[in-house]
Ligand binder design. Structure first.
Ligand code: HAX
Length: 435
């Protein structure tokens, strides 16, 4: 499947010159003034990272290489004309900047299937942990333990010229993405199905195989898994999982270390763990209210109690978005189309009516609208994937595609080690008091 790699090089290597020219000729150009407020609120809005794979607009949501989610769901290749696009197609688009043909996607599926063998020691590392270890702990440890396989690391140590780093990085990245479904499914079957593992089926697509190995081998779950893997894949470069992967990679750490670090960021409650928190919070709600079909007044009361107890309402709010997340809408459309009479899905839909006005009325919350995590658990639960402590692993399998595509580009551009400046709090106070 060398042609994908060659095309990637042909297309992206042109940008190396642009990058070098920008650096040499326009290095002094001022992009933006940084306010103390931006620094104190998590560096929001500071243009500081190069990410080509996707761009997030506050009022529109994510665009992958210029395409909205809706456009991609119509344009990317799929197995069934009525089904969801294959994540392989999205990866191709993120990497190359062009919509693939059916054949390209089929080739990528085959390429990943041939790279999917997971070394035994990775399973041994997972098995060394108690089954009660959080699935994200097992997932990140498994990823890091695969660094023994890193061709990038071997090449670096053998003294290869830095202009070829991207080439080895590409192979590591493809191997890594190819193996993630097997690792995720292994953790799933280990934790919840008494170690009764299911072998991969190399004829299946990447997401379909994940559903198969998890033991949810129906067309419906495969369709959901393809949607899930597409919508979670990337959210520009500043989110915690993407930024961490990129930052660790900037030290020329191998992609196994970089992604492992990124996944540990994803495991935080304000990021990817929110997809578990939402379901936990909803089950607590059902327990406290004593009904699976609460009224909107009951829901509003529960939301108020959550806020009064100093907690966040999980699945709502966003650091960049200021509208309902299109990834939420894509899942809602999916549910509206395929799911009838599901109390959990109905409850999630009712929360969508109840929560935003309450959060909006507080005043300090920048975005009262739902994000991707508000819906995903209800869909997985509906289709029988009820083990919510696993949900962030699924997010991680998908997110790997975006952050690793970017990592190959980072090495092709030859991006330097990242090193922003820090100051004591007193320095910021002095700046504030200056004229
Ligand atoms: N419930 C209650 N309070 C909220 C809130 C929510 N859903 N969202 C924001 N706030 C609060 C913040 O905690 C902050 O309070 P303080 O000033 O007291 O510290 C205030 O409103 C201002 O925050 P903000 O500017 O609106 O939001 P941030 O950019 O700081 O944070 C978060 C963005 C997504 C982390 C935030 O909205 C949140 O905690 N949401 C709930 C958790 C969640 O759903 N996370 C997943 C986000 C999507 C994602 O990354 N998925 O992986």
């Amino acid at each position: 499947m060398e042609y994908i790699k060659n095309r990637f090089y042909e297309k992206t290597s042109k940008c190396i010159t642009e990058y070098q020219k920008l650096k040499a000729e326009h290095g002094d150009k001022v992009l933006a003034n940084v306010t103390i407020g931006q620094v104190l609120t998590g560096m929001k809005g500071i243009p500081a990272l190069i990410t080509d794979t996707s761009k997030l607009d506050a009022n529109e949501g994510i665009r992958f290489r210029g395409f909205t989610l809706g456009e991609l769901r119509a344009k990317l290749p799929r197995l069934d004309p009525q089904g969801e696009p294959l994540p392989e197609g999205l990866f191709y688009l993120m990497l190359l900047g062009e919509i693939p043909e059916d054949e390209d996607v089929a080739n990528l599926s085959k390429d990943w299937a041939t790279r999917a063998h997971v070394p035994q020691h990775v399973f041994d590392v997972i098995d060394a942990m108690p089954k009660t270890a959080r699935p994200m702990t097992q997932f990140a440890a498994a990823i890091v333990s695969m660094a023994t396989e890193s061709v990038f690391q071997k090449a670096y140590r053998s003294g290869v010229h830095k202009k070829y780093y991207w080439d080895f990085m590409y192979d590591d990245v493809m191997n890594l993405i190819a193996r993630l479904p097997r690792i995720a499914a292994y953790i799933y079957r280990r934790c919840y199905y008494k170690d009764k593992h299911i072998e991969p089926d190399p004829r299946l697509d990447w997401a379909g195989n994940l559903a198969h190995m998890m033991g949810h081998d129906t067309d419906e779950v495969k369709r959901l898994m393809r949607l899930y893997m597409v919508i979670h894949a990337d959210h520009e470069g500043g989110n915690v999982s993407a930024h961490t992967t990129h930052l660790v990679g900037s030290a020329l750490s191998n992609p196994y270390y970089s992604l492992g670090a990124g996944m540990l960021g994803l495991a935080g409650p304000l990021h990817g763990y929110a997809n578990q928190d939402v379901i936990n919070w909803i089950f607590e709600l059902i327990e406290e209210l004593g009904t699976e079909e609460p009224t909107k007044e009951q829901l509003a009361g529960y939301v108020q109690r959550t806020l009064q107890s100093g907690r966040v309402v999980p699945g709502y709010g966003h650091a960049v978005l200021r509208v309902t997340d299109p990834r939420f809408t894509a899942q809602k459309e999916f549910a509206d189309k395929y799911i009838k009479d599901d109390k959990l899905v109905d409850l999630v839909n009712n929360l969508y009516e109840v929560v935003p006005p309450i959060l909006g009325s507080i005043g300090k919350i920048s975005n009262p609208w739902p994000n991707v995590d508000a819906y995903s658990g209800a869909l997985l639960y509906h289709y029988g994937i009820k083990e919510h402590s696993f949900y962030t692993v699924l997010f991680g399998v998908s997110r790997a595609m975006g952050v690793l595509a970017s990592l190959v580009m980072d090495r092709l551009y030859g991006l330097p080690i990242e090193r922003p400046s820090s100051y004591p709090l007193s320095w910021f106070k002095e700046q504030a008091e200056k004229e």
